[in-house]
Design a protein around this ligand. Structure first.
Ligand code: NAP
Ligand code: GDD
Length: 340
C-alpha cells in the first residue's frame, strides 16, 4: 500500500515542491485547500494533477478533523501559514490565528482522530507530524551561526506565532508521545516563490527592466543578511525528518549568508545589467523591527539525516532570473500569480 501524506499549504511554494518529491517517492498525496473558489487551487492542479484535494482551513477545527478522518494519512506536513513577515504587523491577530493557533488545531485533529490520550501512544500506527518552523524565531540573534539550541528572540508577530507553533509541537511530542517534529528552515527560494518576497521581487524586477517593461526597482533595507537556499532541496529535509528513528527538531540552511545588496548585484549581473542604475531605496519598505542577519548551522541535519543543499546562491539567483525572463518574454503576467 502506498504511504499517504496530507500537506497543508499545498498551493504555496513549498507545498508544490514537497508534493512533487513525495509523488516521486510513491506516496499518495493529498493537499488541504481552503476557500470556495480559491484560484490558486486550479493553478496547483495544473502543475500537480496527481495531488488529491481535501477542503479545509487552519482557522476551522472541524474541517481539519474531517480532513484527517477522510485522508487517514501516515504523515501530515503543516506548511499552511500567513508567511509574509510585513503582513504580520498589518494583520497580527489573523497571523496568530493561522500561523500559531493553526498548529494547535492541526495537532488536535491528529490527536483526536488517532485516539491519543495523556501518557502517550505506541509508536506504531502513529500519524507523523511535521511543523514548518522558521529561522525568524531567532530574530535578533544571540549567536551566529544559529543551531537547534540557540535562544529565540522573534522580531515580528509572524516570528512570535511560529515560536508558539514550535513549542506546541515539542509539547505534544512530550505530553502525548506523538511523532511530532519541527524543521527550523532558513529562507528558501525558487522560481515559484511568491512575488512579495525579496528574491522574487528582485528576479521579476530585473526581468522587467531587461525587457524594457520597467525602469527602476524599489527596495527596502539592502543591508539585511539571510541564508538563502533552494526550496527543492529543503522539502527533502522535511521528508527525511519524518523517516528518522526518533522525533527531533532540525535546523536547515546552507551555512552561508549574503546581504540583500549582494542578492541585487548578483541578479542584475545575471542579466548583464548594472544594479546601481536601477535600484531605488525606499524607507517605507523598511520594517518596524528588522532581523539583521540569519545564518544556519546545519551540522545536525548533515550528520543525522544525511541532508545537504545542492544549489549554490549564484545558481539559485541565475535560475530565478532566467525563469522570470522566460515567463515575461512569453507574455505571462506575474500578477495573475501563475507559476512558471
Ligand atoms: P507560501 O508560499 O506563502 O504558502 C503558504 C500557504 O499557506 C498557501 O498554500 C496558503 O494557501 C496557505 N494558507 C494560508 N492561510 C491558510 C489557512 N487559513 N488555512 C489553510 N492554509 C492556509 O509559503 P511557503 O514559502 O511555501 O512556506 C511554507 C511554510 O514554511 C510556511 O508555514 C512558512 O511560514 C514556512 N517557512 C517558509 C520559509 C521560506 O523561506 N519559504 C522558511 C521558513 C519557514 P492559499 O493559497 O489558500 O492562500
Ligand atoms: N520582501 C521584501 N521586499 N524584503 C525586502 C525588501 C523588499 O522590497 N527590501 C529589503 N528587504 C529585506 C527584508 O527587510 C528582509 O530583511 C529580507 O529582505 C528578506 O525579506 P523576505 O524575502 O520578505 O523574507 P523574510 O526573511 O522576511 O521571511 C522569509 O523567510 C523566513 C525564514 O527566515 C519568509 O519566507 C518567512 O515565511 C520565513 O519564515
Amino acid at each position: 500500500m502506498a504511504r499517504r501524506a496530507l500537506i497543508t499549504g499545498i498551493t504555496g511554494q513549498d507545498g508544490s515542491y514537497l508534493a512533487e518529491h513525495l509523488l516521486e517517492q510513491g506516496y499518495e498525496v493529498w493537499g488541504l485547500a481552503r476557500g470556495q473558489a480559491n484560484p490558486r487551487v486550479s493553478r496547483m492542479r495544473k502543475l500537480l494533477s496527481d495531488v488529491q484535494v481535501v477542503r479545509g482551513d487552519l482557522l476551522d477545527q472541524g474541517s481539519l478533523i474531517s480532513a484527517v478522518e477522510r485522508v487517514q494519512p501516515d504523515e501530515v506536513y503543516n506548511l499552511g501559514a500567513i508567511s509574509f513577515v510585513p503582513m504580520s504587523w498589518e494583520q497580527a491577530e489573523l497571523t496568530a490565528e493561522v500561523t500559531g493557533m493553526g498548529v494547535l488545531r492541526m495537532l488536535e485533529a491528529i490527536r483526536v482522530c488517532s485516539g491519543v490520550s495523556r501518557g502517550g501512544s505506541s509508536a506504531s500506527g502513529q500519524i507523523r507530524f511535521y511543523q514548518a518552523s522558521s529561522s525568524e524565531m531567532f530574530g535578533q540573534v544571540s549567536e551566529t551561526p544559529q543551531t537547534e539550541r540557540t535562544a529565540f528572540h522573534p522580531r515580528s508577530p509572524y516570528g512570535v506565532a511560529k515560536a508558539y507553533g514550535h513549542f506546541l509541537t515539542q509539547n505534544y511530542r512530550e505530553s502525548y508521545g506523538m511523532f511530532a517534529v519541527s524543521g527550523i528552515l532558513f529562507n528558501h527560494e525558487s522560481p515559484r516563490r511568491g512575488a512579495e518576497f525579496v528574491t522574487r521581487k528582485v528576479s521579476l524586477g530585473v526581468a522587467r527592466i531587461k525587457l524594457g517593461l520597467a525602469t527602476e526597482l524599489r527596495l527596502g533595507n539592502l543591508e539585511a543578511r539571510r541564508d538563502w537556499g533552494f526550496a527543492g532541496d529543503y522539502v527533502k529535509a522535511m521528508h527525511l525528518m519524518l523517516q528518522a528513528a526518533n522525533p527531533e527538531d532540525y535546523v536547515i540552511g546552507t551555512g552561508r549568508m549574503k546581504s540583500v545588496r549582494e542578492l541585487v548585484e548578483a541578479a542584475f549581473a545575471a542579466a548583464g545589467l548594472d544594479w546601481e542604475r536601477y535600484v531605488v531605496t525606499d524607507q517605507t519598505l523598511h520594517r518596524p523591527a528588522e532581523v539583521d542577519l540569519l545564518c544556519a548551522d546545519p551540522k545536525k541535519a548533515r550528520a543525522q539525516l544525511g541532508w545537504e543543499p545542492s544549489v549554490s546562491f549564484d545558481e539559485l539567483v541565475a535560475m530565478m532570473v532566467e525563469s522570470d525572463l522566460r515567463l515575461l518574454s512569453d507574455g505571462a503576467d506575474p500578477d495573475d500569480d501563475s507559476w512558471p
